[in-house]
Design a protein around this ligand. Structure first.
Ligand code: 5GP
Length: 210
């Protein structure tokens, strides 16, 4: 039998976008916990740290000056201004994992997704929609104690994010987190099997037909 390494394949960049409150973080967490082959890209941000968040785990929290320096040094694959704060994907976060043969999950907005598609046309883009705007409003209200004004601002931001849904390869409605997780995971598993990513096939077919 031919000696090929069936595991050898190109790691993929797996983008998950949604308006906040649509359940994206829960689904991302479920996938990261249940699949050893994918790791999270921890973004850098200028947004202040929230209670419960851990620097280096949820984000790399940096000052405006530090962010400027990272931009000047060409350290980002993409970066964007998202509702008043800057967020960016560090090359080091992605390269480190791809080199170890892992896929990378990126929780980034539509602006970052557009930029990343230019850098790597092979990315997989998944968008999560809320079942309704009423449900999104309910989720945003139960999640925190923000004022009506803050909630309204979040809802109009959600509408902007949702308006980019058609730029994605796969779009799911999250009316049940476990069902939605299964769909997203199915996409990940199928994308891994694409012939163009399984580069060992070139060597294998050469052993078949020379
Ligand atoms: P939050 O501040 O609630 O954690 O995130 C706000 C938004 O920023 C989310 O839609 C999230 O997907 C997006 N975001 C987080 N990290 C990045 C990043 O590195 N690049 C881009 N473009 N967006 C990001």
């Amino acid at each position: 039998m031919a000696t090929v390494n069936p595991l050898k394949r190109r790691g993929l960049l797996f983008v998950l976008s949604s308006p906040s409150g649509a359940g994206k973080s829960t689904i991302a967490r479920m996938i990261l916990e249940s699949d050893d082959g994918i790791g999270l890209s921890v973004s850098a941000t200028t947004r202040p740290i929230r209670p419960g968040e851990v620097d280096g785990v949820d984000y790399h929290f940096v000052s405006n000056e530090e962010f400027d320096q990272l931009v000047a040094d060409g350290r980002f694959l993409e970066w964007a201004n998202v509702f008043g704060h800057r967020y960016g994907t560090l090359k080091s976060e992605v390269v480190k994992q791809i080199e170890n043969g892992r896929d990378v999950l990126l929780d980034i907005d539509w602006q970052g997704t557009q930029q990343l598609k230019q850098v790597d046309p092979d990315i997989v883009r998944v968008f999560i929609l809320p079942p309704s705007m009423q449900e999104l409003d309910r989720r945003l209200r139960t999640r925190n104690t923000d004022s009506d004004e803050v909630i309204e601002r979040r809802m109009s931001r959600a509408a902007v994010e949702i308006s980019h849904w058609a730029e994605y390869d796969y779009v799911f409605i999250n009316d049940d987190a476990e069902h939605c997780r299964k769909l997203v995971h199915t996409v990940l598993k199928a994308e891994r099997l694409k012939a163009t990513r399984r580069i060992f096939l070139h060597d294998f077919v050469r052993t078949l037909i020379g």
